[in-house]
Write a protein that binds this ligand. Sequence first.
Ligand code: GSH
Length: 406
Amino acid sequence: MSIGNIKTYPNNSRVAKAQIAAAYNGVTIDTENVEIPAVQTPEYLAKFPMGKVPVFESEKVNLFESSAIAYYAALQKEDTTLLGSSAIEKALVMQYIFFAENELLANIGGWIYPLLGYYPYIKPNVDAATDKVKRAMDALNKILANKTYLVGESVTLADISVACALSNAYTLVFDKAFRDQYKNVTRYFTTLIGKEHFKTFLPVQLCETPLKYVAPKKEKKETKKQEAAPKKEKKAAAPADDAEEAPKPAPKPKSKLDLLPPSKFIMDEWKRMYSNNDSDVAMKWFWENHDAEGYSLWKVDYKYNDELTLVFMSNNLIGGFFARLEMARKYAFGSLVVCGENNNNSISGYFLIRGQEVPFEVYDAADFGSYNFEKIEPAQYEEKKDEIYKYMAWEVEGFADGKIFK
Ligand SMILES: N[C@@H](CCC(=O)N[C@@H](CS)C(=O)NCC(=O)O)C(=O)O
């Protein structure tokens, strides 16, 4: 018996969640393939204002959000075992549904979608998403050390949600070397996808060669050459009024950051404040004026601290990095310090950056790859305030030298 219809694009693992849950409960859900944006008609948007897929339609209820659709499917049998059999188990099932959505699926998307060309490829953001996936996989690997299923002794919606969230990663980027680092998760995942209902709705072929980003370098060069060629021709055949024919210089590219909504926090004002006042006064102003939507804070660590030698050379390294950040001057402020002594020191600090991502103006700097940028979320500000103060005031323990990017 069909309980309704899901509109989706083909092979959507978000839909598989509901289909597998339905199959365990002995019911079915029809599916209809649609395309975005064609499906976003006024009628569709009236029912589903997000305008996304998948959506579920039936005589009884219309639903969006794939986890809600899967939950509805899981509720279709009175004595279903899919949702846990006690308050504790039910809460655990919810825990893993949210974990699958927020810690796995969202970050796997941040890793894979730029490789598939759905989003622009911005290396630091892909690296950050990859790290978050690894963190979640580490946790899951520990949880699964002595378990076959996440909750209780049989498949629940927790397992269905987690397996569906992992499916694209196991297909596209989790190659053997990666899988071997998370043996418990891999054993768990392969057990699940070997089960009948999973096989039907979530066919997975384990990744052999992981998807990698390929920079479109050649194309760019060729285009440049092609652009350059006609110019020469023009010069050779230049008529008397060459000046009129001369191509206008390309307009200076506008930074994406200039297109962000205006912020009450004025970077120049902050830089003046920082330069002309004691740290107490400056940092008080900073937190009173900080705009967490318009700017982000980043903890920065040099990746190769164990290779640093003399303190002055480490400080020169910071100077070199800052010199290459020229394009970011309007959008960023940072304090990097050297802590320790000759032959035993490290570089770390904080950056304030316009927007919520590490922008082109920063990650394009030649040395960027040598530094780890870890975003500090607004929820962490309170806990980090003291540390940020110390880095800005150069009062960090073991402080030896430092530089300010302003
Ligand atoms: N949290 C939602 C996410 C749905 C979603 O992001 N769907 C994407 C396709 S995977 C979409 O419809 N995107 C079109 C758009 O953003 O306009 C769910 O689980 O259903």
